[in-house]
Design a protein around this ligand. Structure first.
Ligand SMILES: CC(C)(COP(=O)(O)OP(=O)(O)OC[C@H]1O[C@@H](n2cnc3c(N)ncnc32)[C@H](O)[C@@H]1OP(=O)(O)O)[C@@H](O)C(=O)NCCC(=O)NCCS
Length: 169
């Protein structure tokens, strides 16, 4: 499996992949693929952190981290992560997250934030955001709002996460 940054010729495959991955997901509004198209045009977009997983020339997974603000700090939001339904639970999601974290660490961000399933993200080192005094800008059971520490912060990074406008929050 190859993990690499997306290129414009991948966009259509990525769109279809995200749509099919979220089609049966209970916590989805079915528009994650459109969110990605908006985020690509946003100032929060970081090209090095839009990654595809490819097997034999086919895109089987996608991950995107974009910038969010916490106070004066620029941090990251992981959204979305999608794996082709036919090869889920074979390590593709985990590999994308790990590769994304390695790149993100070099960008010197402190935290990656995710809204998702704690059983899944907990296995990958995400912890409840409340432990870091980081909170969501919306009502949510706080076990679903998690952070991964990329680099220990020098100053206090805490407060409400401000998402890019493209999230529509
Ligand atoms: C969630 C998703 C990205 C996971 O990708 P994946 O490639 O299937 O997951 P992996 O194979 O890397 O799984 C890593 C670990 O998590 C476990 N796992 C996978 N899906 C899980 C789930 N839904 N709940 C709990 N654990 C899960 C795996 O068994 C594996 O455990 P192990 O390391 O102990 O063997 C994928 O199922 C998907 O695209 N789902 C639909 C879209 C979605 O919900 N995205 C996440 C939005 S926040």
């Amino acid at each position: 499996m190859l993990i690499r940054p997306e290129t414009p010729k991948d966009y259509e495959q990525i769109y279809q992949l995200i749509k099919s991955a979220f089609a049966n997901s209970e916590h989805s509004d079915g528009t994650e693929q459109d969110l990605v198209e908006r985020l690509r045009r946003s100032s929060s977009f970081i090209p090095e952190l839009a990654l595809v997983a490819e097997i034999k020339g086919e895109i089987v997974g996608y991950i995107l981290f974009t910038q969010v603000r916490i106070g004066e700090n620029i941090e990251l939001s992981l959204a979305p992560l999608a794996v082709l339904p036919s090869i889920q639970k074979q390590g593709v999601g985990k590999a994308l997250i790990k590769q994304g974290h390695e790149i993100a660490k070099q960008l010197e961000c402190h935290y990656a934030i995710v809204l998702g399933n704690p059983d899944y993200y907990g296995k990958l080192g995400y912890q409840p955001a409340r432990q870091f005094q980081i909170t969501a800008p919306f009502e949510i059971d706080d076990t679903f709002f998690m952070v991964f520490e990329l680099n220990p912060p020098q100053n206090n990074v805490k407060g409400v996460v401000q998402y890019a406008d493209e999230f529509g929050i």
